[in-house]
Design a protein around this ligand. Structure first.
Ligand SMILES: CC(=O)N[C@H]1[C@H]([C@H](O)[C@H](O)CO)O[C@](O)(C(=O)O)C[C@@H]1O
Length: 311
């Protein structure tokens, strides 16, 4: 497929592939296979690898290849859409990952902007166009999280993406009403992916296409049902969003704010609370992991406060 030909739209509820990590820090590939099959069975709109939650920043190139081959093989066999994250702070490693990802024919490839010295807009355009060459016709999704070295405003993103036609979507954090107004003004035509626990708002604001989602970490099946409900009953979906945010603020964010755990640690504890697959809470060294006992403690609370996510 050529990048200038239309691509099938990407949106909805995307589950993050989380890495099961053994006590010796190795990736448990047998569990990873089981996890992928469980996500496919849950009927999510798609699965994506190597986001922050997938610890892309902490794996070897051999591990990268093995993870992506496993994801592509199992998704192809079940016709499940998949996106591969080729993100890496170093551009040359990233271009190589993009090339190898493209050979596996994903729906899209996610990249970040090189992340040591912040890029100017002109440099970002050059980088993304070269990544597009490496992607050989597979569209790109730019991942610009709040912790990136440079966080671009909707206006800046609009200017960069206008000059990078292969970038079809952006995964980013949303903001207040003004942010949504700017997103509508400058980012129309791009598929925007907002944080999972804000997806109903993003849809109501007419801005979000979907989410690479922390709610899917908690319950892939529940997040799918919730996402579908945004088309049929947005008021009910917004009510559940309010309860999800209350749960995250009270029980999940304190792990980061009070104890300094990483976002990936939070996503993994969510999956352990949901208890839907063989992921566990462990992260690779040097990152600290949340005690699995915390997941056991929070499990009944999640089910009481968010029963709709655990049908
Ligand atoms: C709150 C939330 O949904 N977090 C999700 C984020 C955001 O979608 C992204 O940072 C844009 O804000 O993406 C991930 O980190 C990722 O890349 O692995 C998964 C994580 O569950």
């Amino acid at each position: 497929m050529n990048a200038k030909t239309p691509h099938p739209a990407i949106g909805g509820n995307w589950a993050s592939l989380l890495l099961p990590i053994a006590a010796d820090d190795s990736i448990e590939f047998d569990k990873l296979a089981e996890e992928i099959d469980t996500l496919i069975d849950a009927g999510v709109d798609g699965i994506y690898s190597n986001g922050t939650a997938g610890e892309f920043h902490n794996q070897t190139e051999e591990e990268f290849d093995r993870i992506q081959e496993m994801l592509a093989g199992r998704c192809k066999a079940s016709s499940t859409p998949y996106v591969i994250g080729a993100c890496q702070p170093d551009p040359s490693i990233m271009f190589n990952r993009v090339r190898r990802a493209a050979a596996l024919d994903p729906r899209a490839i996610q990249v970040i902007l090189p992340d040591w010295w912040p890029l100017t807009n002109a440099e970002a355009i050059d980088f993304l166009n070269r990544a597009a060459d490496a992607a050989d016709g597979i569209p790109l999704i730019l991942y610009n999280p709040p912790h990136a070295k440079r966080v671009l405003s909707p206006r800046e993103l609009g200017a960069v993406c206008a000059a990078t036609p292969d970038v079809i979507g952006i995964k980013l954090a949303d903001g207040d009403g003004l942010w949504y107004a700017e997103a509508r003004q400058y980012l129309a035509g791009l598929s925007l992916f907002v944080p999972g626990h804000h997806l109903a708002t993003g849809i109501k604001e007419g801005v979000a296409a979907g989410s690479f989602s922390n709610v899917a970490c908690l319950s892939p099946r529940g997040a799918q049902t919730w996402t579908a409900s945004m088309r049929s009953d947005i008021a009910a979906a917004l009510d559940l969003e309010r309860r999800i945010c209350t749960f995250m603020d009270a029980h999940i964010l304190p792990f980061r704010q009070e104890f300094g755990y990483s976002n990936a640690a939070l996503d993994k504890v969510l999956s352990a609370i949901g208890n839907w697959g063989p992921v566990g809470t462990r992260l690779r060294f040097p990152y600290r992991s949340i005690d699995p006992a915390e997941a056991v403690r929070l499990r009944p609370i999640a089910r009481t406060e968010l029963p709709d996510l655990f049908p």
